[in-house]
Design a protein around this ligand. Structure first.
Ligand code: UD1
Ligand code: UDP
Length: 360
């Protein structure tokens, strides 16, 4: 078998984590990978830390796109990526998730007749006001290989008439958790550093545009945190830079909360594993809470990860302060979680399929 020439593009925090698992498998199979970072995330604690900690090879190129409006960001990546695709002439382009980087690169590759491989295909929130929903739908519809993390994702694609080269492979983020959870236990000092006792604190993350860009929603979520804090619940919040800016703009009080900078992946795994409850609007954090068997509250009106809600371990609470507090106080997850779909071998499945289906 001739090695494949793969062009991978990443740009945002969760993509570094997803790519780490797949890159490891690509390298074991002897394929050649050229990694481009769009530069969508650029702070050291949103980007570089993850490359180092996850042993992800440093990107061959960083496009340095940075922040901007949706059209600016998407359009600039589209412009910048074209000549790299032409020069590299890859057997396929590998993209992850649902960010502006994902869509821009998928569109560029499809227009240049390069096969797009979408990892984490088929997710839907059915809310087209979310930028991620537009990114996912369009990326899926220009992709040549669609790797789904769940049966529900496969069904979503079928409903839209996408059935060719759709593979249920499980979740590569679960692979990453499996590969790093012991390492986190051994190497992360975050629990000691923050002087936390296991199960004595709750962990919260907020960064979704629907929450951060709407002062009513953001104020309501933070007032729920304040109410819980005043009731004696310690809430640790590794704050996304987007939320940090919004909090300043809307003058939101953080008086009783333990706000910290974004943490590294190993620190985050340890914080999650030892938390009593997790409150979040993050896709990745919802799943990790579920895999660790930590009850979670999703601060959104819908989720793509419906399995976590159906199991009773994740409750959709939206942004209403009193509802969040009441859900927090009445959380009663049922049976222990079991991860039928995930076995830590999703990345290997993806690489095996690509090795067999794409001829270089
Ligand atoms: C993006 C993705 C979202 C994903 C999230 C992961 C889109 C539309 N959204 O959202 O799906 O869940 O990444 O975290 O692609 N900023 C910094 N430093 C950084 C990065 C961002 O200060 O290193 C600030 C900037 O003010 C920027 C804002 O955060 O404008 C938002 O960043 P952006 O990448 O546009 O979107 P995210 O909210 O991070
Ligand atoms: N994460 C992290 N440090 C943090 C917050 C999150 O390492 O301070 C990890 C988290 O464990 C998960 C991923 O980042 O693996 C989720 O990314 P994010 O919430 O930014 O995006 P989403 O999953 O919502 O797209």
């Amino acid at each position: 078998m001739k090695p494949l020439n793969i062009l991978t593009v990443v740009g945002a925090r969760p993509q570094f984590i997803k790519a780490a698992a797949v890159t490891r498998s690509l390298s074991s199979a002897g394929h050649k990978e050229y990694i481009i970072h769009t530069g969508q995330h650029y702070d050291a604690d949103m980007s570089e830390t993850f490359f180092k900690e996850l042993n992800l090879p440093a990107p061959d190129v960083n496009l340095g796109i940075g922040s901007g409006s949706h059209c600016q960001q998407t359009g600039q990546i589209l412009l910048e990526i074209e000549h790299f695709i032409i020069n590299q002439n890859p057997d396929c382009m590998l993209v992850y998730g649902d960010t502006n980087s994902t869509l821009a690169v998928a569109l560029a590759a499809a227009k240049l007749n390069v096969a797009v491989v979408h990892v984490e295909a088929g997710l839907r929130s059915f809310n087209k006001k979310m930028p991620e929903e537009i990114n996912r739908i369009l990326t899926d519809h220009v992709s040549s290989f669609l790797f789904c993390p769940s049966q529900i994702a496969v069904k979503n694609l079928k409903r839209e008439g996408v059935i060719k080269n759709v593979y249920l492979v499980g979740d590569v983020m679960y692979d990453s958790v499996m590969q790093n959870v012991d390492l986190a236990e051994r190497n992360s000092r975050i629990i000691e550093k923050l002087k936390l006792k296991p199960k004595s604190y709750s962990l919260a993350t907020i960064h979704r545009a629907e929450n951060t860009d709407d002062p009513r929603r953001l104020k309501s979520i933070f007032s729920a945190f304040e109410i819980l804090a005043k009731d004696g619940i310690k809430i640790i919040i590794p704050l996304h830079p987007r939320t940090k800016k919004a909090i300043r703009t809307f003058n939101i009080s953080l008086m009783n909360l333990h706000v910290i900078n974004p943490v590294s992946y190993l620190d985050m795994l340890n914080l999650e594993k030892n938390a009593r409850v997790i409150l979040t609007d993050s896709g990745g954090v919802q799943k990790e809470a579920y895999w660790f068997g930590i009850p979670s509250i999703t601060l959104r009106d819908e989720t793509e990860w419906v399995e976590t809600v159906e199991s009773g371990w994740n409750v959709l609470a939206g942004c209403d302060a009193l509802r969040i507090v009441s859900v927090f106080k009445s959380l009663e997850p049922g049976q222990p979680v079991s991860c039928k779909l995930n076995d830590g071998l999703s990345a290997e499945r993806i690489v095996n399929i690509l090795s067999n289906k794409i001829k270089s």
